[in-house]
Design a protein around this ligand. Structure first.
Ligand code: CTP
Ligand code: MG
Length: 217
């Protein structure tokens, strides 16, 4: 079964600040994008890694990720994913991943790919441990709620159809588009290592998790 990874790295990283777009900022001496790229590239179940970058970041990519082939992303995350889906030929399965989540383990990749045997898609989730409250002070039960991470795995035909037929507002992930067409999306156990780097302080938190390399060795 032919499985590819698509890393979307075509954002501007505005909330993270910094001089470089966050996907190129160094985490423990290595560009953030390089961490997830290496994890997919070494995984025996992934045959190809596709990286979507912004048109005006090609020079930066050549400088920080030498030798890595890329495609051009779009002005929204959804458009960047669509570019990747168009570039993966007859691949049967895809893991769509945010470059902003540097640390992926083989265990998460295994859980996602295995779940596709019985579902159109699969997403890694973590339980919510904090109490939830709405702005008006109403308590919200956390029962049955999850935080959703990436990579998100799909049968390529399902996610392609979902992107082609999506008419809703800008989605915050890919799985919601598949569900909107009635597709099944399995929830698998996520990993705290997959937290997204969004704000300036998140870089320090990511560096603090760096035992990752030894943990997966
Ligand atoms: N992304 C993308 N193409 C876009 C926008 C986002 O490929 N047009 C990617 C980002 O590079 C990132 C992932 O989608 O890996 C998640 O997006 P986010 O964390 O919001 O990153 P940015 O959009 O770069 O950050 P910001 O919203 O703060 O500008
Ligand atoms: Mg963004």
């Amino acid at each position: 079964m032919n499985t590819v990874a698509l890393i979307v790295a075509a954002g501007k990283g505005e909330r993270a600040g910094g001089t470089l777009p966050k996907q190129f900022a160094l985490i423990a001496g290595r560009p953030m994008l390089a961490w997830s790229y290496a994890a997919f590239a070494k995984n025996p179940r992934i045959e190809r890694v596709i990286v979507a970058i912004a048109e005006d970041q090609q020079r930066l990519t050549a400088e920080h990720m030498p030798g890595v082939a890329t495609i051009t992303g779009g002005t929204t995350r959804r458009a960047s994913v669509a570019s990747g889906l168009a570039a993966m030929g007859d691949a049967e399965r895809v893991l769509i991943h945010d470059a902003a989540r540097p640390f992926i383990t083989d265990a998460v990749i295994d859980r996602l790919i295995d779940a596709l045997d019985n579902a159109d898609g699969a997403v890694p989730v973590l339980p919510i441990v904090d109490t939830l409250v709405s702005t008006d002070g109403t308590s919200v039960s956390r029962e049955g709620l999850h935080r959703v991470q990436t990579p998100q795995a799909f049968r390529v035909d399902s996610i392609r159809r979902a992107h082609a037929e999506w008419r809703g507002a800008e989605p915050t992930d890919d799985a919601q588009m598949v569900r909107a067409l009635g597709g099944s999306v399995a929830l698998v156990q996520g990993d705290p290592m997959l937290e997204k780097v969004t704000l300036p302080g998140d870089f320090a938190a990511a560096e603090a998790r760096i035992g990752w390399e030894t943990r997966t060795a």
